[in-house]
Design a protein around this ligand. Structure first.
Ligand code: ADP
Ligand code: MG
Length: 225
């Protein structure tokens, strides 16, 4: 599903140029659950944002479903992203002014799903994430664990092929964190590919493969049973 070869990313400021990703190569097969680990600042989020077509690269190639997307313009990237990828972030990233229901409905509005179909899809996913009883609440009225369940609902409402999660349990206590990991595992078992950045060895062991990074490079890949 994902094939990255010799990927490079540079950040330039007036005086200096920093190579944040230095010839990264790896593959993620459809249905895999991959964890990405490494110290702060080693490039994990940058890598995830490139895979998620939120950012572009400066060198190397990036194939998404056998299509070379490294040269795609923003319009094409955005179309591919909306159709195929769901994001979950450490900070939940919900819109405070919208209810739980409205937050989860938003991706369906962006992809022009008909109003009649939207209700069914939102309710189905709210049930699945066990947050239906909070549908009319606003994010600030929910616990962190509940907010992250809403964020996972929003990420999957469009039935993406790929979920990208950047430290999804980073702001949660261990019980809520385990619930979120359980949800990601269930989604993966139902066929969704998952790539997750984490600082937690415990969370990483929910995956099939751990990629360890240091200073913009992959240092090891561990296959788990
Ligand atoms: P991680 O997620 O592993 O903590 P990041 O991918 O966020 O690391 O960042 C990797 C490096 O790139 C860091 O040194 C960071 O300061 C730098 N960086 C990230 N985003 C930008 C940006 N927009 N402009 C300049 N430097 C950036
Ligand atoms: Mg990060």
């Amino acid at each position: 599903m994902i094939k990255i070869q010799q990927l490079e990313k540079l950040y330039r400021t007036e005086e200096i140029e920093t190579l944040v990703l230095n010839k990264i190569s790896f593959e993620v097969k459809e249905g895999e659950f991959v964890a990405v680990m490494g110290p702060s600042g080693c490039g994990k989020s940058t890598l995830l944002n490139i895979i998620g077509l939120l950012d572009d690269c400066d060198g190397g190639s990036f194939f998404f479903n056998n299509i070379d997307v490294s040269k795609y313009n923003e319009r094409k990237r955005s179309a591919l992203r909306k159709k195929n990828i769901g994001f979950v972030f450490q900070s939940f990233n919900l819109i405070d002014e919208l209810t739980v229901y409205e937050n989860v409905e938003l991706p369906l509005i962006y992809t022009k799903v008909k109003a009649s179909e939207r209700k069914e899809r939102v309710e189905e996913v709210l049930q699945q994430m066990q947050i239906m009883h909070r549908r009319n609440h606003f994010p600030q009225q929910l616990s962190g664990g509940q907010q992250q369940r809403v964020a996972v609902a929003r990420a999957v409402v469009n039935k993406p092929k790929l979920i990208l999660a950047d430290e999804p349990t980073g702001n949660l206590d261990s019980n809520n964190g385990n619930e979120v990991m359980q949800l990601l595992t269930e989604l993966n078992q139902a066929g969704t590919t998952v790539i997750m950045v984490t600082h937690s060895e415990h969370d990483a062991h929910f995956s099939h493969k751990i990629i360890r990074m240091l200073d913009g490079q992959i240092v090891t890949e561990n296959i788990l049973l």
